[in-house]
Design a protein around this ligand. Sequence first.
Ligand SMILES: NC(=O)N[C@@H](CC(=O)O)C(=O)O
Ligand SMILES: [Zn+2]
Ligand SMILES: [Zn+2]
Length: 345
Amino acid sequence: MNQTITIRQPDDWHIHLRDGAVMETAVPATAAVFARAIAMPNLQPPVINAADAMAYYQRIKSCVPAGSNFEPLMTLYLTDATTPEMIVAAKEAGVVKACKLYPANATTNSAHGVTDVGRLSETFAAMEEQGILLLVHGEVTESHIDVFDREKEFIDRHMTKIVAANPNLKIVFEHITTSDAAAFVQSSSANVAATITPQHLMYNRNDLLVGGVKPHNYCLPVLKRNTHQQKLQEVVATGSEKFFLGTDSAPHLKSAKESSCGCAGCYSAPAALELYAHIFDDLGCIDKLEGFASLHGPAFYGLPINEKTITLVKEPWQMPEQVQVGDESIVPFYAGQTLNWKVKA
Ligand SMILES: NC(=O)N[C@@H](CC(=O)O)C(=O)O
Ligand SMILES: [Zn+2]
Ligand SMILES: [Zn+2]
């Protein structure tokens, strides 16, 4: 008999579901396993107000396969022009759970992001009052700061201030990649948590750059040196409630990744939970998977845990080389490689 584990149905607290044809592929992939997902607002144009979020919610829902109860949890994209009134309207719309802070030009589709965090203090106060969470892409963007140092620099220059100025605001430090970010979250109040992606647990920058550049392992924040990876592995193995599942699954067409100026983002949705199970098992902490995937996120967001359960079987299978999207394709994260766990149908 193969080993199995049964856990509460998980949620994905950071995902890019995109729009149009890619969304038609990405939504069913996530809805197959996850009950809920925090849908990132970095569309073109971005989701900046309640009306945009409602419209995007409906577009996502229209891609949910029959029989699935999948619920997208919506986010607003903060700009320099986001007002407290917009936060109140977002809360009233009901579907918006959080606002996303992208420092301008930090990552994919962040050109409309925030140029001066200091000017958003009233907006943050409104979020605190309305119970809307703040989700942060934590990297500075100045050209003289080395790309590998941008997360640490963001903590020192901005994150410490945001946290200190808004003690009652729930803040998620998204897709953390460094020991600095992990330690910052560990030492912060219970209102500060973090998501961790499969790629940052599984890989370090050698997996991006040694033996030829691997464009499908390129995401932002970029993979760091192995000591950072080890710290991320350590914190998930502790079972701390401050860390939870956020894949940052970010599909880009193969042609856009395999290019002289390749896009950042790993499409992990086709095997998201299996990737984490594989990693946690390798780390000897499969017993911590349920907390990370299914319990800590709802607790932090103040939402109920899911009623259903899901079973994973220890049974090797191969990640497909490509996923077809119309005439084009997407190369999923871990393409062609063997995963040790499979979600039981
Ligand atoms: N993570 C990425 O590398 N890319 C994301 C944006 C983001 O989450 O920063 C995307 O939208 O493609
Ligand atoms: Zn990001
Ligand atoms: Zn992301």
